[in-house]
Ligand binder design. Structure first.
Ligand code: SF4
Ligand code: SF4
Length: 251
């Protein structure tokens, strides 16, 4: 199907979102809560665009709005930019020290926020990426949105260590603000935000931590992998395979 984005004719597959169609056509739309491997929530609202269908024009979030034949989309109209600047001001008030938000503010010409700065600098923008990666990719669902309105937050049930968290760190990696801290100390992986402390499995050769035991158990259950994949750290794994290749006369 065909649509127009910023006066450019763009082709898209049915089922794609406006955001994906724009990306395919190299048209930039900012977003903090989007990841191509996950379902879309439209929670940060930065990806808003102006959509015209027939004689009606409205603002929609492009990351979860499906493409339609003949629609006209504008990603950077004055109305869109005005709304986007206000969203960035709200994010700046919530997380004034977060680099990715400072960069977005600069990109949009926002010098300061008119909203009251959040003194409890938790730096979570409620984008939901951690919740979705844990549920949809890791297959665990250890964290979720809790509370409503200004009390809404992402946490484990009852703010207690989750029985199902495997300490894989996917939530840490995907968090755009870096507000989930993970540390491997004294043989345990600690993720304070989720009250998690999980024993680490050490590499059978060098003793470096490989992953948490729970994470390795989950991998073992899901995939039939040779033991060296699970028992060795990346460096020792590389050396192990190099030796195998040499022993088989391929080098
Ligand atoms: S570390 Fe725990 S909460 Fe984070 S993605 Fe992995 S299982 Fe989920
Ligand atoms: S903790 Fe990070 S990934 Fe999770 S909702 Fe907050 S900002 Fe997003």
């Amino acid at each position: 199907m065909e649509l127009t984005i910023n006066s450019k004719r763009v082709s898209a597959e049915p089922g794609m979102t406006i955001y994906q169609a724009a990306k395919k056509a190299n048209i930039y739309i900012p977003a903090l809560c989007y990841h191509e491997a996950l379902s879309s929530m439209g929670s940060c609202r930065l990806c808003i665009v102006e959509l015209t269908k027939g004689n009606r024009t409205k603002i929609v979030t492009s990351c979860n709005y499906p493409v339609e034949e003949g629609i006209k989309v504008v990603t950077d109209s004055e109305r869109v930019l005005k709304n986007r600047r206000m969203i960035v001001e709200l994010l700046l008030a919530r997380c004034p020290e977060v680099k990715i938000i400072q960069d977005l503010a600069q990109e949009l010409g926002v010098k300061k926020t008119r909203f009251r700065i959040d003194e409890y600098k938790e730096n979570c923008i409620l984008c939901g990426l951690c919740v979705r990666v844990c549920e949809e990719v890791v297959g665990v669902g250890a964290i979720s949105f809790l509370g409503r309105g200004k009390d809404e937050k992402v946490d484990t049930p009852f703010h207690r260590a989750s029985d199902v968290c495997i300490g894989c760190g996917a939530c840490v990696t995907i968090c755009p603000t870096g507000c989930i801290k993970m540390e491997d100390i004294d043989g345990n992986r600690k993720i304070d935000r989720w009250q998690a402390s999980l024993p680490l499995q050490r590499c059978k050769i060098c003793g470096k931590p490989v992953a948490t035991r729970k994470h390795l158990e989950q991998i073992k259950e899901r995939f039939a992998l040779p033991p060296e994949i699970l028992e060795l750290c990346p460096d020792c794994k590389r050396n192990y395979y190099k030796k195998q290749v040499v022993a088989q006369g391929h080098l």
